[in-house]
Write a protein that binds this ligand. Structure first.
Ligand code: ADP
Ligand code: MG
Length: 701
């Protein structure tokens, strides 16, 4: 039996370890740094580094690394050993405060979107003491932020930390207006539910599309898909459960509260939900989770696919980003309260979010945009590319009554007066039924469902924090001006007005339906179907203003991020197209040709028998199959040649033009080629098909 409490966090240099191992004074100043964001004194840093090193060595570490999250969306690490040569030829294990605080990795190969000139390849990493160091594979990993030499953020973490500061500042202003003076800090909290697929490693290794693109570019549907709904929450098979057991243990060691695991809707698809944490921790933990999932799967002879759409025709994978705000006293500010006072405060936070999502819909789409996620958003799958907010029927009615000044049936006094009436208790269950909404209020938090399974959650949470900070700031300005005496009236007006002006973003119906698409258009909501449609919106004037005003990104940083995202989209489509050409030319066409050759041989010998011996031998199957396959083969060849010509074009005006070209010309050509090849797959003998098929991959584990 695993002793979970003993295992949990055993590889983490957490608060308990620090308290135990650091001199009292050192521990105290480190805490001050963490709480107030002060600069760390070098003598303190030296002591922390020494204690950290001793602890890590006891855990079997020989190296350390500044662990950071460059714009690739993954994590990066460069290992340095603790070894320090001594004059007598021996070696000591050393680690200084300087090494702890700052690193200077050669950053020239990380995407910078033009921020870092090649002659100044250096970047630097700086310790983020709010996230604990940990030991992984014999390496002490120190969570860090990653910047260019000029101080521009080159990573996902820095803007996220900046946005957490902003929302703290603005939320505190609001709390103060409500007379709450004890709260010192406000955090956003996140629990990111991670979906993934598991496939057998031997099968994976035989598919170039999985190896190069992490998704299948060809593949006829298996006879059975997810139509029976028999996988969702189904019994977990032994091989999977052995994987999950080890995954949990590895995550627990690293202090990740992995809690819920279950089979998802699609066959071979699963989900792991952690217990929520402060947003930057949740972001680090999600990165660790993705990495450990991949490693543990390998050990069990499987490959973990984090791509948003590994298989056509079955659900893709996302990451449900549960988001809330909480005070340092542990009060969840999105929890409807029990008193009129708490209710009023809750409604204000709720309205701030509604207003923010409405005003910055495009940003919500931009922050989840990627080539992989385009297969989910804007396609015939959850959630749609149109951003809307679901609040549930009960709360929708409350908002409606407030706006109209109508009596509310669920309220004792009948009327809903903010700051006076008590909100009806809203049963949590009734808030979570709509699974088609991209952004749903689920009782005491919002769940953003559009984040892609392979994406870092930093981008989405940076946007959520920032828009919320902006709206809370605007609300605080207005309410502060009104003064204490008129506070209630000002609050009532503000909430009413906000509902009136922004209710178009509220939608409780079926987000997948065509009716909604039309309705959303009438309401003037954005419908940015692809990454190429969405990315330019990042640079809209209102968005630049939002981020620069709050100090989240400089305009230069925004332009660099736009360039990186566009470049990455273009590269992904290019790699996919090349992989298709490669597979079609070297594997599919030769295999079909061989099978057609076999059919032709059999056909001619059957005809020969008929003619020479005079027995009538039927050869309909060979003839028909051969005819159809030959036609399809010719068609596929033409399509491959066309795709080759298309990908050879390089004279695009700029990256955006290239993106549009990929979206409008290359992807449709890829889809055409796939259709033909999948049709051939359906007609070819199974033992002659050059790689594993959907039925093999989705149902064999
Ligand atoms: P369900 O999806 O059934 O509603 P839960 O409500 O238990 O399940 O939570 C789903 C995810 O939301 C979990 O990862 C959980 O940690 C997270 N979560 C719960 N409360 C909060 C919160 N206040 N802030 C952020 N995430 C939360
Ligand atoms: Mg959920």
């Amino acid at each position: 039996m695993t002793n979970v409490p003993e295992l949990f966090g055993s590889m983490v240099f957490n608060d308990a370890v620090m308290q135990e191992r650091l001199p009292k004074e050192t521990y105290r100043s480190l805490h001050k740094t963490i709480e107030n964001g002060n600069e760390l004194d070098i003598t303190v840093a030296n002591e922390v580094a020494a204690a950290m090193k001793d602890w890590a060595v006891e855990k079997g570490a020989t190296h350390f690394t500044h662990w950071f999250q460059p714009m690739t969306g993954r994590t990066a690490e460069k290992h340095d050993s603790f070894i320090s040569p001594q004059p007598d030829g021996k070696a000591l294990m050393e680690f200084s405060g300087k090494e702890l605080i700052k690193g200077e990795p050669d950053a020239s190969s990380f995407p910078s979107g033009g921020l870092r000139a090649t002659f100044e390849a250096r970047g630097y990493t700086a310790w983020d003491p709010t996230s604990y160091a940990f030991v992984k594979d014999g390496v002490l990993c120190i969570p860090t932020a990653f910047c260019s030499y000029g101080g521009e953020a080159l990573d996902k973490k820095t803007p996220l930390l900046r946005s957490m500061e902003e929302i703290n500042t603005q939320a505190l202003r609001i709390l103060k207006l409500f007379g709450n003076k004890e709260v010192k800090h406000v955090w956003t909290t996140v629990g990111a539910e991670q979906e993934y697929f598991l496939v057998d490693r031997d099968l994976y290794d035989r598919r170039k599309d999985l190896i190069f693109c992490k998704r299948t570019l060809f593949g006829a549907p298996a006879p059975k898909g997810q139509e029976m709904d028999d996988h969702y929450f189904g019994a977990i098979k032994p091989r999977i459960s052995a994987f999950m057991k080890e995954l949990n243990e590895e995550l627990w060691k690293l202090g990740v509260y992995a809690r819920t695991e279950h089979n998802e809707a699609a066959p071979a698809q699963h989900e792991l939900a952690p217990i929520f944490a402060t947003t930057n921790l949740a972001c680090d933990q999600n990165q660790i989770m993705m990495e450990i999932m991949k490693n543990v799967a390998r050990k069990h002879g499987m490959v973990c696919l984090l791509h948003e759409k590994p298989f056509e025709g079955v659900n893709g994978s996302g990451k449900h980003n549960n988001w809330s705000i909480s005070t340092d006293a542990g009060t969840n500010l999105l929890e409807p309260g029990k008193s009129p006072h708490e209710n009023a405060q809750f409604l204000l936070f709720l309205c701030a979010m509604i207003k923010g999502i409405d005003e910055y819909q495009e940003l919500m789409r931009v922050c989840v945009a990627s080539a992989g996620n385009d297969h989910r958003l804007g396609a015939a799958e959850a959630p749609p590319a149109i951003v809307s907010v679901f609040v549930g029927d009960d709360l929708a009615e409350v908002l409606d009554c407030i706006e109209e000044g109508k009596p509310y049936a669920g309220s004792k006094s009948g009327r809903m007066e903010i700051g006076v009436s008590v909100l009806p208790s809203i049963p949590k269950d009734s808030t979570d039924r709509n699974r088609t909404s991209p952004f749903a209020f689920t009782g005491n938090k919002f769940e953003y469902r559009s984040v892609g399974s392979s994406q870092s959650i930093a981008g989405a949470n940076t946007v959520l924090n920032t828009i919320m900070a902006e709206e809370l700031g605007q609300f605080a300005d207005e309410l502060e001006k009104a003064g204490k005496k008129d506070f209630n009236k000002a609050l009532n007006d503000l909430i009413k007005r906000t509902i009136k002006e922004h209710k178009r973003i509220l939608f409780n119906g079926d987000g997948y339906s065509e009716v909604w698409e039309e309705e959303a258009k009438r309401r003037g909501l954005a419908n940015l179907k692809t990454t190429v449609d969405a990315l330019p919106a990042f640079l809209l004037e209102k968005n630049i203003k939002l981020f620069t005003t709050h100090g989240i990104y400089t305009e230069k940083e925004m332009r660099s991020r736009y360039a990186i995202l566009l470049d990455s989209y273009n590269k992904i489509i290019n790699i996919e197209a090349h992989t298709m050409i490669d597979m079609a030319r070297k594997e599919i066409l030769p295999a079909v040709s061989r099978y057609a050759g076999d059919l032709a041989d059999i056909l001619s010998s059957k005809i020969a028998v008929s003619e020479s011996v005079g027995i009538k031998v039927s050869h309909n199957m060979e003839e028909e199959t051969l005819t159809t396959l030959s036609e399809l083969c010719d068609k596929a060849l033409t399509q491959v040649v066309r795709l080759e010509t298309l990908v050879a074009k390089t004279d695009h005006r700029d990256e955006l033009a290239k993106g549009e070209y990929h979206r409008d010309i290359v992807i449709p050509a890829m889809n055409e080629l796939r259709k033909t090849c999948d049709a051939m797959e359906c007609l070819t003998a199974k033992d002659m098909w050059p790689f594993p098929q959907y039925g093999d991959m989705l149902f064999n584990i």
